[in-house]
Design a protein around this ligand. Structure first.
Ligand SMILES: *Cc1c(COP(=O)(O)O)cnc(C)c1O
Length: 394
């Protein structure tokens, strides 16, 4: 990494490997020609294993929010009863999209920092019949919580078998094991700037057979985000509208890097980086925000210690070239969020912990930066050893 550049540790956008940056500098090509079609086919195919699907992965030129909107408007109709499980800011956004298009949305709101509980979901589903869809967040980026998606989806299948399961997978797909088909998920959406090591600009969406069937009944308006148009063009390895060709150049490179590294190594790298973040922040005196049994592998949120002012702290971090995220909504000024997804090694997180330690010491806090970096390093090593042990058993 070039140390004259900021160390960007937000939960998206994330940093780019050098070869991905170079791929973005290529001369433009015709998006209706063979070079584009080859690239489109490679990228879509390399994504399927990370979705855990045999369905086609549609490549949309949109922010992650556009991919979430596509999932809603292509499968639902105004008046449809939708249960939205909200565990943070992004769950709230998914619910709002459905409401905007006229769905009859009921929220199951969970205390922020907690994951959704399958039993409470079952109760909410039983309380009324006729659910058309359940909206779930895989990894809630605002709180650093990973939902037990397989269990939640199984609960929906048991209690409301007709309901589609629409999943916001924007901030962890590509970084953690995920099985769309085996878990019976109907739509899954992700975004280019999170785990995929490319800039913002594209959203990837896959639909189950059930979801594709639902598109023929769905009456919410759509044009740009009409997924049947995307599917029809996708069959020719094209897109209906002019896509973000430059991001596709970069995805062609980044997904090749991912294929070469292998999913198991990528997942182990994220587990080790997450372990380093949690141990390091705790050693610096931060209390972790998320329920530890559902801690995210891609972003860690922590309460700012009593008396630490966010603006002062963040300003000092920025002066040292470290860019992290603050809290969103009601959590603004109260928590810090450290991203560890995409192009990240445990060492990058140990570095970030070291920088935070120096800043805290500089602000007169009684912390030991060296002890915090060793705690982070040890946690990463232990997580790495566990991952290797697991691989050895497989
Ligand atoms: C980042 C994110 C989004 C939104 O992505 P945009 O590209 O900013 O629209 C949605 N959901 C989750 C969980 C996210 O982390």
């Amino acid at each position: 990494m070039n140390r004259s550049e900021p160390n960007l540790r937000t939960p998206g956008p994330t940093m780019l490997p050098d070869s991905v940056r170079e791929a973005g500098a290529r001369q433009m090509i015709n998006h209706r020609g063979p070079a584009f079609e080859g690239m489109f086919a490679r990228v879509a195919a390399r994504m399927q294993p990370f979705f855990g699907t045999r369905q086609e992965v549609l490549l949309l030129t949109a922010a992650g929010t556009g991919g979430l909107e596509a999932a809603i408007v292509n499968t639902l109709s105004p008046g449809d009863r939708v249960l939205s499980v909200v565990i943070g800011v992004f769950g709230e956004r998914f619910a709002t999209i459905a409401e905007t298009y006229g769905a009859d949305v009921t929220r199951l709101t969970v205390e922020f920092g907690q994951a959704a509980d399958p039993d409470r979901l079952a109760e909410a589903l039983r309380a009324a019949p006729g659910w058309k869809a359940v909206l779930l967040t895989h990894n809630e980026t605002s709180t650093g919580v990973e939902n037990p998606i397989a269990e939640l989806a199984a609960t929906v299948h048991r209690e409301a078998p007709e309901a589609l399961v629409l999943v916001d997978g924007v901030s962890a797909l590509g970084a953690v094991p995920f099985e769309m088909d085996a878990w019976g998920l109907d739509t899954v959406t992700t975004g280019s700037q999170k785990s995929w090591m490319v800039p913002p600009g594209m959203s990837m969406v896959a639909l189950s057979d059930r979801a594709w069937e639902a598109t023929s009944r769905a009456r919410m308006p759509r044009f740009y985000l009409d997924l049947n148009r995307a599917r029809k063009s996708g069959a020719k390895n094209q897109t209906p509208w002019t896509p973000a060709v430059g991001i596709l150049f970069q995805l062609d490179e980044s997904t090749e890097l991912m294929e070469r590294e292998g999913a198991a190594a990528i997942f182990a790298r994220h587990r080790a980086s997450a372990a380093a973040a949690r141990a390091g922040l705790e050693a610096l005196g931060f209390r972790l925000f998320a329920d530890p049994s559902h801690a995210s592998q891609t972003v860690t949120a922590a309460w700012l210690p009593e008396g630490l002012d966010w603006k002062t702290f963040n300003g000092a971090l920025l002066e040292r070239g470290l860019v992290v995220a603050g809290g969103q909504g009601d959590l603004s000024g109260r928590i810090v969020r450290l991203g560890h997804l995409g192009y990240v090694q445990p060492d990058d997180i140990v570095d970030a912990i070291g920088t935070m330690g120096q800043v805290l010491a500089g602000l007169g806090t009684h912390v030991d930066p060296a002890a915090a970096t060793s705690a982070a390093r040890k946690a990463a090593d232990d997580a790495g050893a566990r991952a290797a042990g697991k691989a050895g058993q497989a």
